[in-house]
Design a protein around this ligand. Structure first.
Ligand code: HEC
Length: 161
């Protein structure tokens, strides 16, 4: 009888420890690897390679916006659709898992949504979306850019952090 209750307690102990670890893992997965920066934004701490990868992707976004505004102004919707399509492709599984873990859930969601919005815009331009409507949609996408930039920045991860 006594041994049964001890093993019961033991099981409960393991269950509590397991739940605590799972809870902590979930907390860090949602929060990402972050701290508050001196400018009030949330600073995402990344290794140099991960930071380079994100910033390279960002420059790709800006290039797409540049090509799209120039080509749409000139009435060249085909080039605009190609530029949007180029930044429309992304899959979390193509990113290094370490980076996926460090990015806060909101940043991942906003980033994926931005890629998807470009992909959808490319398809809609292919299907004859007017220049005016395409500009309005690009404006909506730019809202994602400014929202994320206002809230987050990237900083180097210092060893042991
Ligand atoms: C989900 C968040 C997020 C979205 C969406 C986003 N960015 Fe960024 N972007 C960042 C962060 C974080 C940085 C780093 C800023 C810093 O450290 O101050 C950055 C940096 C940049 C940079 C600087 C690149 C460099 O080499 O230094 C450019 C350009 C840029 N973003 C363009 C864009 C454009 C254009 C869009 C929209 C089409 C966009 N970004 C959407 C998060 C985002």
């Amino acid at each position: 009888m006594k041994t049964a209750s001890i093993s019961g307690l033991c099981c409960l102990g393991f269950a509590i420890i397991f739940l605590l670890i799972a809870g902590a893992a979930l907390f860090f997965l949602i929060r990402g690897q972050v701290q508050t920066a001196d400018d009030g934004r949330v600073s995402i701490l990344l290794a140099p390679k991960e930071r380079n990868l994100v910033l390279g992707e960002m420059r790709g976004f800006l290039e797409a916006v540049q090509t799209m505004t120039e080509s749409m102004s000139a009435g060249d919707m085909k080039t605009a659709a190609e530029a949007a399509r180029k930044v429309g492709r992304v899959d979390l599984k193509d990113l290094p898992p370490s980076l996926v873990l460090k990015l806060p859930a909101e940043v991942k969601a906003l980033g994926l949504d931005t890629h998807r919005a470009f992909a959808q815009l490319a398809r809609d331009i292919d299907n004859g979306l007017s220049k005016e409507k395409a500009f309005a949609r690009l404006g909506e996408i730019l809202n994602n850019c400014t929202t994320c930039h206002a809230g987050y920045r990237l900083d180097p991860q210092i060893r042991g952090q």
